[in-house]
Design a protein around this ligand. Structure first.
Ligand code: ATP
Ligand code: MG
Length: 221
């Protein structure tokens, strides 16, 4: 089954009275079970593309489908869709500073009405998966950059989303943890999810089914 389908996507940003065209007719198809890596130089448009894939942003032109459903322009519709179907690891992590690691992972489940005890079990097992079981009660500021990044990965998986989008999820990690997160993302794909990542790291490229090149807003897979 096709999980993610982008067709002729254009996206520009307004900067003063100029318009910067960042995505120039990007098409991408990701099937169930696939892990696709997007690589390319800084400023090429990788984060912009991933934000469209995750539905955080809506394209100026072109279409985005998730599991056969066309993503709508309404912010409210997209927010609801994301809560149920999409897990996102942001390039700048974006943990909530006033919540502990455990609470950060619990939050998306609370928003979805998952019963407390089930949510707690799930959050603890995700922390364990990320080798962070002993850091459950730390606040983000009390965690290293790599630990924060692994909490962000755990949070993205909380609601068991079909679509996982991760923007440079291994960039702050040591080699051992790069391999760890890469293998978690690989097994997610193997369990039938579709996963799109951006990366510069070999550990993540080497477990991907496809490596697509983003260059000046054009994607080549
Ligand atoms: N909100 C914005 N307003 C104006 N320009 C933007 C905005 N966001 C991104 N851009 C521009 O769009 C281009 C692509 O940015 P993007 O963040 O997608 O690149 P990237 O490939 O993810 O880079 P990096 O590897 O550094 O993360 C850049 O030239 C950037 O300056
Ligand atoms: Mg980026």
């Amino acid at each position: 089954m096709t999980c993610i389908e982008l067709t002729n996507v254009w996206k520009s940003y307004k900067l003063g009275n100029k318009r910067i065209v960042v995505l120039k007719g990007v098409s991408l198809e990701v099937r169930e079970g696939e892990l696709v890596a997007v690589v390319g130089p800084s400023g090429a448009g990788k984060s912009t593309l991933l934000n469209v894939v995750s539905t955080i942003d809506y394209p100026d032109k072109g279409s985005v489908y998730h599991m056969g459903t066309r993503i709508r322009k309404s912010e409210e519709w997209r927010a609801k869709w994301r809560r149920k179907n999409v897990g996102i690891v942001f390039q700048n992590v974006q943990l909530i500073p006033t919540l502990t690691a455990l609470e950060n992972i619990l939050l998306p489940m609370e928003l979805n009405g998952v019963p407390r005890d089930r949510a707690l079990r799930r959050a603890r097992s995700l922390l364990q998966l990320m080798d962070l079981a002993d850091k459950a009660d730390r606040y983000p500021a009390e965690l290293s950059g790599g630990e924060q990044q692994r909490v962000a990965v755990a949070r993205a998986l909380a609601n068991d989303p079909k679509v996982v989008v991760a923007d440079e999820p291994v960039s702050n990690l040591d080699p051992q943890n790069r391999s760890k997160v890469a293998s978690v993302l690989r097994s997610l794909a193997d369990s039938g999810k579709c996963v799109v990542v951006s990366t510069h790291e070999e550990e993540l490229k080497s477990v991907s089914d496809r490596v697509c090149q983003m260059e000046r807003g054009v994607l080549r897979c």
